[in-house]
Design a protein around this ligand. Structure first.
Ligand SMILES: [Fe+2]
Length: 347
């Protein structure tokens, strides 16, 4: 009888010992590659998803009213188990009908709401009533109690933006239903009402220590004026950034938000430093994203993968686009271009 020589340098006895002790030889795992490659841009035209959301809004089963959100999925994102649609950013569209209430709850995820339509609705964040008018950004920091009330006469529709992916990875994606308890003391948004002036004496506050903005509502008007008056950068883009007024940094540690104004017929080609979730606030145009052309108009949502090259062209302007990006996570991990709050780099 002949015995074939084994090419395995690990003896069967040693391999059994690995198995018994739950040890895995790393050299057999292949090359470790962690590239984010593969993500493709996605587009949700409002003319397609608006009617779907409105029809869904007529379903009034209480358990659905509470969470009437249609998550936007991007199956091209590698290892996407968090319903992300742009890199590490998850988003959905939500509707709250007149008279409806989404009861209080809180969760570890930071959640942002960018309002598309409606009047008279509000989100109460850690006891602070934040109006939800079109173009407003309302911030619900992690573990802040929040509830939505539509006291107006029209449906209120908004884009929900969450940092679900990083919480899934960290096993911190926890949720707690109401009733509200142990509300923390937070200063009124009025305390931040004047640019260049911030309140003193809140640094020991539990919420302040959490490292996110204490101003929970960023109204449309000042943001739009800031974008319109920002200098044009080297790509032909005017960019305003939503910041924590206490330190000028991102409003939450995981998502950085901007309002971009486009008025040039075509921007210079730029590389996106992070993934971008884009919500068209005004105007119309098209974007060339790594060769994929997306024609957009008001209320459309589209995405730009991290590292993609981008050219924006407008057909109706000036155009304004709200951007939520995961770039802040990469900055904090030393994987972006320094602490610069830039969203784009030269190609
Ligand atoms: Fe929530």
């Amino acid at each position: 009888m002949t015995t074939l020589a084994s090419s395995d340098p690990v003896s069967p006895e040693l391999r059994s010992a690995y198995d018994a002790q739950k040890l895995v030889p790393l050299w057999e795992s292949g090359t470790t590659g962690f590239s984010q490659g593969g993500e493709q841009p996605r587009h949700w035209p409002w003319e397609a998803i608006g009617p779907i959301l409105r029809e869904t809004a007529h379903i009034t089963v209480p358990s659905i009213v509470e969470r009437r959100v249609l998550m936007m999925m991007n199956s091209t994102i590698p290892r996407n188990d968090a319903e992300s649609c742009a890199g590490l950013v998850s988003a959905g569209v939500q509707a709250l009908m007149p008279g409806e209430i989404a009861r209080p709850h809180r969760h570890a995820m930071h959640a942002l709401r960018f309002v598309l339509e409606g009047e008279g609705a509000e989100t109460i964040v850690e006891g602070k009533a934040c109006a939800m008018e079109p173009g407003d950004l309302v911030v619900t920091p992690g573990w802040a109690w929040h509830e939505h009330h539509n006291k107006g006469g029209k449906p209120t529709l908004w884009v929900d933006i969450l940092d679900l992916a990083i919480h899934r990875a960290m096993r911190t994606d926890m949720f707690q239903p109401g009733p509200v308890n142990a509300l923390r003391a937070v200063p009124a948004d009025r305390a931040y009402g004047a640019a260049g002036i911030v309140p003193v004496g809140i640094e020991e506050n539990e919420v302040a220590r959490a490292g996110h903005t204490m101003m929970f509502r960023y109204p449309a008007g000042p943001a739009q004026a800031a974008a319109a008056n920002a200098p044009q950068d080297q790509f032909g883009i005017r960019l305003a950034r939503y910041v924590d007024p206490r330190n000028g940094g991102a409003i939450v540690p995981t998502i950085d938000c901007y309002l971009m104004q486009l008025e040039e017929a075509e921007t210079a080609k730029a590389r996106s430093l992070g993934a971008q979730l884009c919500v068209v606030v005004a105007g119309a145009g098209e974007s060339d994203i790594d060769g994929t052309r997306i024609a957009w108009r008001r209320h459309d949502v589209f995405t730009i993968p991290r590292g993609a090259t981008v050219v924006h062209r407008i057909s109706e302007g000036p155009a304004q686009i709200f951007v939520a990006s995961d770039i802040e996570i990469y900055r904090r991990l030393g994987q972006a271009d320094g602490n610069d709050p830039a969203l784009f780099a030269a190609v």
